[in-house]
Write a protein that binds this ligand. Structure first.
Ligand code: R5P
Length: 290
């Protein structure tokens, strides 16, 4: 057992007796039961130093077409990429405007199939091999709890999570809100928990009153969508309260790319999310940078 003796000797000398060499103290909740590939990709999305992410969302065109701020993806998005931790986009925009040497975690829009012109959420999922080919760090799937397509969308999430566990890619459950749904903690709590229980490793939902309850009842990290364009200070306040009530980051689109100064805005958002700036400090930073 000479080898074993050697290992023990080295361990005593280099690390001290009893100090664990490896640790399972992950920077995110919900990772204990997952495989290495999922943990690695989650660590690409969420900075290990803060446990948080600024995910730049620009998948809107898959249902809305060329929405305001995204008429020219090459001009609207390309300059922002370097400031984001991760990018949420379709495979179409990824292949057209995101350089492969950007080295950003990709949260791939994985469910699709309808537009704002008809009933939303009647979706299918894309081929998992294409997600592997694109080196996706997560598969984003819409679920519509309580909506007409509830069963279909939850089956899509289940399918994505099955593929995700097979290939080591996390799934992000994206909670849709129908017009008839209350935007409250009861609804978002239910939708988020359903997504996580069905296999999502990340949940994207909306901030609401009682948001901490939604976070606490969800066994995986939650990121919040920005929603419709707000004045910059209000958007930064939204980031601040969400982070302080337990969000693991933001998945923000319109409040960045529709801002009067998108590059300044994403840097201010990042400072609130990662550096603990207040909304007011973030806004001052935005004014300085713009
Ligand atoms: C909507 O189609 C997408 O899921 C968006 O990625 C998401 O809503 C975040 O974008 P925004 O901050 O503009 O709501």
């Amino acid at each position: 057992m000479a080898d074993m003796d050697g290992i023990l000797e080295n361990k005593d000398k280099d690390y001290g007796i009893g100090t664990p060499v490896a640790t399972n103290n992950y920077h995110l909740k919900g990772l204990e039961g997952t495989d290495w590939g999922i943990r690695d990709r989650m660590s690409r999305i969420f900075r290990p130093s803060t446990g948080k992410t600024v995910m730049l969302a620009f998948d809107h065109g898959y249902i809305m077409g060329p929405t305001s701020g995204l008429e020219r993806l090459d001009l609207g998005i390309a300059p922002l990429i370097k400031y984001a931790d991760s990018l949420m986009c379709t495979r179409g925009s990824l292949r057209s405007v995101v350089p492969a040497n950007s080295n950003k975690a990709i949260c791939l829009r994985y469910s699709a199939g309808s537009t704002i012109l008809t009933e939303l959420n009647n979706e299918c999922v894309i081929d998992p091999i294409d997600a592997v080919r694109l080196n996706a760090s997560a598969l984003a799937v819409m679920i519509s709890a309580g909506g007409t397509y509830e069963a279909l969308t939850i089956k899509n999430l289940v399918k994505a999570a099955d593929y995700g566990y097979k290939y080591g890619i996390p799934t992000m459950g994206v909670t849709a809100v129908g017009t008839q749904m209350a935007r409250d903690s009861k609804y978002f709590g239910l939708a988020s928990r359903v997504a996580a229980e069905n296999g999502a490793n990340i949940v994207k939902t909306y901030y609401c009153d009682g948001f901490a309850k939604v976070v606490n009842a969800c066994p995986v990290p939650i990121v919040i969508a920005g929603g419709k364009k707000l004045p910059e200070l209000e958007a930064l306040e939204l980031c601040y309260v969400a982070i302080n009530e337990g969000a693991a980051g933001v998945d923000m689109g319109r409040n960045v790319f529709q801002s009067e100064a998108p590059e300044a805005m994403i840097q201010a958002v990042s400072a609130v999310v990662h550096e603990g700036l207040s909304a007011k400090q973030g806004y001052e930073m935005f004014l300085d940078l713009k």
